[in-house]
Write a protein that binds this ligand. Structure first.
Ligand code: HEC
Length: 177
């Protein structure tokens, strides 16, 4: 009598111990099939994003008065877009608020979007397209770390419309031929 009962009791407690172990493990594996990156890896990626922004000149256009202030602009103001118009034969464009852009798009969407980025002048869209996926991800992580701020840049004006100041006017040579 005693032995079978003990065996059942042992089996039951082993089963519940097993259940206690496996349930959280299952939940973790469902939520994230690959191990999540460590905080160090996240911090390194975002730091690379900041470095790229600094050296690739994104602030020159996307951060108000970055050049005028010799690059000493607090990060809270970075990449919030600019009211300075670029006026030329293509119309008038304004460097977009990249912090709002990154806030409204998921990581996979950003990678797809930036791999195929085509904009009007003066945005050097080829510089972004030519970045590695990892660098484009680093930009995204940095933008998300900065978080959304500021307002949208002014709307694009079609060719032939004179913008309100401030704007830079580009007078280009006539088309060749
Ligand atoms: C010479 C000025 C200039 C520089 C430098 C520049 N941009 Fe831009 N960027 C612009 C302008 C102007 C637009 C808006 C183009 C348009 O209206 O089609 C723009 C648009 C964009 C857009 C599209 C945003 C949207 O909402 O449509 C992205 C993304 C972008 N820039 C990222 C970058 C990154 C990243 C860098 C640095 C590698 C950078 N830009 C450097 C001027 C610049």
């Amino acid at each position: 009598m005693f032995q079978p009962l003990l065996r059942i009791a042992l089996a039951l407690s082993a089963a519940s111990a097993l259940a206690a172990c496996t349930v959280p493990a299952q939940e973790t594996s469902l939520a994230s099939p690959v191990p999540p990156p460590t905080d160090d890896q996240d911090a390194a990626l975002s730091a690379r994003g900041e470095y790229l922004v600094r050296i690739a000149g994104c602030n020159d256009c996307h951060t108000p008065a970055y050049g005028e202030r010799g690059g000493s602009v607090p990060k809270e103001e970075w990449l919030t877009g600019s009211p300075m118009g670029f006026h030329g034969p293509w119309g008038t464009t304004y460097a977009a608020n990249l912090r709002l852009k990154a806030a409204e798009i998921e990581e996979a969407g950003w990678l797809e979007y930036t791999a195929n980025l085509h904009t009007r002048p003066l945005m050097p869209d080829y510089s972004v397209r030519d970045m590695t996926a990892e660098d484009r991800l680093a930009l995204y992580r940095f933008l998300r770390e900065l978080g959304p701020a500021g307002t949208k840049a002014p709307e694009f004006l079609p060719p032939g419309k004179t913008p309100a100041p401030p704007y830079l006017q580009l007078v280009l040579p006539p088309p060749a031929g």
